[in-house]
Design a protein around this ligand. Structure first.
Ligand code: IFM
Length: 427
């Protein structure tokens, strides 16, 4: 019987604290404020000091997997220097998870970089591929005996759009051509890392956690809305998975962007990580500069997103066409109302289970996130956690109602999953 992974996801910078990297540098230099934003990091959720307590919470939650990332700036504070102390702590963390029979899913890149990175080898520079590879070699040699699930990049397209499209993440560049070059270098890096891991650890599974959005056209009868929807959907949801079939990264937005690059990606992925949160509407707009308009129509969460549970099934169906196993690597909601979070979980899991019934090869579900944390441009104002973090009171952890609710869901769905798998095997 295939194992189903029940988990929660986090990322290092969003929870750890006690670190200097490209994001803290931006905050210190007031660069967020220049674009009207003022996130305050203030040691995230203090996880670097409280990880043991947090991992005990994982155990009580009843998960059998945990997705997290390593903080690059902590491990490689200077281009030629690796910190053994940082690696030692991550060692202990991984051992503690394994002791508790919790499978580590390790993300190698989740948005942040050492401060030196953008200065000497930013992602639009080809050298970045080698620089990141050297970092990953170090990580891999250290943890390969214990980590079997690797996520090379978290939401690579979202990151390049923020860093090179909007320019509101470091390195803060606004240039669509450079955005695509950076993305193609990231995918080259993925390919090399895939080969590196597979060359010594064939049994390892390697994926990308990709953000997917359901796009709906505003006016069903209007062909230009349909065209706009299809272009946006192709770019955001399909461009990267397509490249793993065709060996071509292609972006084509008339009047805005045309890019094509060959990358030998065919089959260089073992599973697709699905990060799913919401639906957006799309519309044709009479504008030569940018006719592609997309927006939220029903803002319901604290991040202004629509809650659209059926969307997770649509995305799972769509990505299943690429023929690889799927893991829901993120799904969650920022809200202070626990009734809404519980309903969110219940409804999304109902559709994940429906996908399993339709024989879609889903192998896991990770709620985002274990703890309230630093939500990038929003700072600490948005709370995605199953566990409340009292920032004013020594970062005290207080499990929310949804924490217990998720534990119960895991228990009942594990039974349903076993039954379904037995039925499938008997057929
Ligand atoms: O917090 C983020 C995470 O870092 C990446 N995926 C989306 C989450 C919620 O916005």
């Amino acid at each position: 019987m295939k194992k189903f992974f029940w988990g929660v996801a986090t990322s290092s910078f969003q929870i750890e604290g006690h670190i200097e990297n490209d994001f803290t540098e931006w905050e210190r230099e007031g660069k967020f404020k220049k674009s009207g934003l003022d996130p305050v990091y203030a040691n995230g959720a203090n996880h670097w000091l409280m990880w043991k307590e947090d991992f005990d919470l994982l155990e009580k939650l009843g998960v059998n997997a945990y997705r997290f990332s390593l903080e690059w700036a902590r491990i490689q504070p200077e281009p030629d220097k690796f910190s053994e102390a940082a690696l030692d702590q991550y060692d202990k963390m991984i051992d503690y998870l394994l002791e508790k029979k919790i499978e580590p899913f390790l993300t190698l890149h989740h948005f942040t970089h050492p401060e030196w990175f953008h200065k000497i080898s930013p992602w639009h520079d080809e050298n970045s591929i080698e620089v990141f590879y050297r970092y990953v070699e170090k990580i891999f040699s250290r943890f390969k005996d214990r980590v079997k699930f690797w996520i090379t990049f978290n939401e690579p397209l979202v990151w390049v759009m923020a860093g090179y499209g909007e320019g509101n993440f470091p390195p803060g560049i606004k240039n669509l051509e450079m955005m695509m070059i950076a993305l193609s270098n990231i995918l080259e890096a993925h390919k090399n890392i895939y080969d590196l891991i597979k060359s010594t650890s064939k049994e390892s599974k390697i994926g990308i956690a990709k953000h997917f959005i359901v796009f709906k056209r505003e006016r069903d009868w209007f062909l230009l809305d349909k065209a706009v929807r299809n272009r946006i959907n192709q770019f955001f949801n399909k461009m990267i998975p397509d490249a793993f079939v065709t060996n071509k990264l292609i972006a084509n937005f008339p009047t805005l962007l045309k890019f094509e690059k060959e990358i030998e990606l065919n089959n260089k992925i073992d599973f697709w990580g699905v990060n799913y949160y919401y639906r957006l509407y799309t519309k044709f707009r009479l504008s030569l500069d940018n006719p592609f308009h997309f927006y939220t129509k029903h803002p319901e969460t604290d991040t202004g997103w629509e809650i659209y549970p059926k969307g997770i099934l649509k995305i799972l169906k769509m990505i299943s066409n690429y023929g690889k196993p799927i893991i829901v690597t993120e799904n969650g909601i920022a809200i202070n109302n626990e009734e809404v979070r519980k309903k969110f979980l219940k409804k999304h899991l109902k559709f994940v289970f429906k996908a399993l019934k339709h024989n879609i090869d889903v192998r896991g579900y990770f709620y985002w996130s274990l703890l309230d944390n630093y939500e990038w441009l929003y700072g600490k104002s948005k709370r995605f956690g199953l566990v409340f973090v009292d920032y004013e009171n020594n970062f005290k952890r207080i499990p929310k109602e949804s924490y217990n609710f998720y534990r119960e869901l895991i228990q009942s769905y594990s039974e349903k999953y076993k039954k379904l798998e037995r039925e499938k095997e008997a057929r």
